[in-house]
Design a protein around this ligand. Structure first.
Ligand code: C5P
Length: 231
């Protein structure tokens, strides 16, 4: 059964409790990204975890292997269950992060998700980065390398998820942002899919922000998305 993760894209720790109270028991998972983590630090992670919620810490780590490994160990102490790192950090960095995760106590072992190519990049940007492959081939190559190196899964757009499902091990986590229920605003997301399509194509976790946070009744919006995921 795929899981729904709400992107806690709010500017300050003070903005978190109203979201948690509006969504209540409907939502069990929250993604904390760079904005909220820079504003609220580890305390904000602890407060969301303390409310009984599961945490996806989306800091997209990219540094030398030792530094990333130590960040994984520190995040695990915050009871983070999912966290991101850039596949472009390479095999040694991912392997060091995976080893750090394995060394954590079993009930505090974060799963590592590799970010392949940022969805803000386009084919034309690849030349500037010295990459000769097409975008789909680059995404597939980085995802495969990341899983071989010890990552548990990848973050991918709904457009990529079907192909990655066939290429990666069957237990790979495929975490998909860019999800928009039919008839809702896409905002700045260009490559979107409905919750039903994302799950059908193989997503294990759907990350949804604005369609829930900006809805007149956020809990009802989340329930509708969950119903579509399960249908
Ligand atoms: O509001 P929305 O549903 O677009 O939020 C999606 C969340 O997923 C945001 O936190 C965004 O930063 C994140 N994300 C994304 N695309 C990626 C990786 C992360 O939209 N490729």
């Amino acid at each position: 059964m795929a899981e729904l993760i709400v992107a806690l894209d709010v500017p300050s720790p003070e903005a978190v409790p109203p979201v948690l109270s509006k969504l209540g028991e409907t939502v069990g998972w929250y993604k904390i990204g760079l904005e909220l983590f820079c504003a609220g630090g580890p305390a904000v992670v602890e407060s969301v975890a303390g409310a009984g919620k599961r945490i996806f810490l989306d800091l997209k780590l990219h540094d030398i292997p030792r530094t990333v490994a130590r960040a994984v160990t520190a995040a695990a102490r915050l009871r983070v269950e999912l966290m991101t790192l850039h596949a472009a950090g390479g095999r040694a960095m991912i392997a060091a992060a995976a080893e750090a995760a394995r060394a954590c106590p079993a009930d505090q072992r974060p799963k590592l998700l590799a970010v392949t190519m940022l969805t803000s990049l386009e084919q034309d940007d690849l030349g500037d980065l010295g990459i000769g492959r097409t975008m789909p081939d680059q995404v597939a190559a980085l995802a495969t390398m990341a899983l071989e190196s010890g990552a548990d899964g990848v973050v991918c757009s709904p457009r990529e998820v079907g192909r990655l499902r066939t290429l990666l091990p069957s237990d790979a986590l495929l975490v998909t942002p860019g999800v928009r229920p039919a008839g809702t605003a896409t905002g700045d997301q260009k490559r979107v899919a409905t919750p039903g399509a994302a799950v059908r194509d193989g997503s294990t976790h759907l990350v949804v922000g604005r369609p829930i946070l900006e809805a007149p009744d956020p809990a009802a919006a989340a329930r509708a998305i969950l119903a579509e995921m399960r249908a």
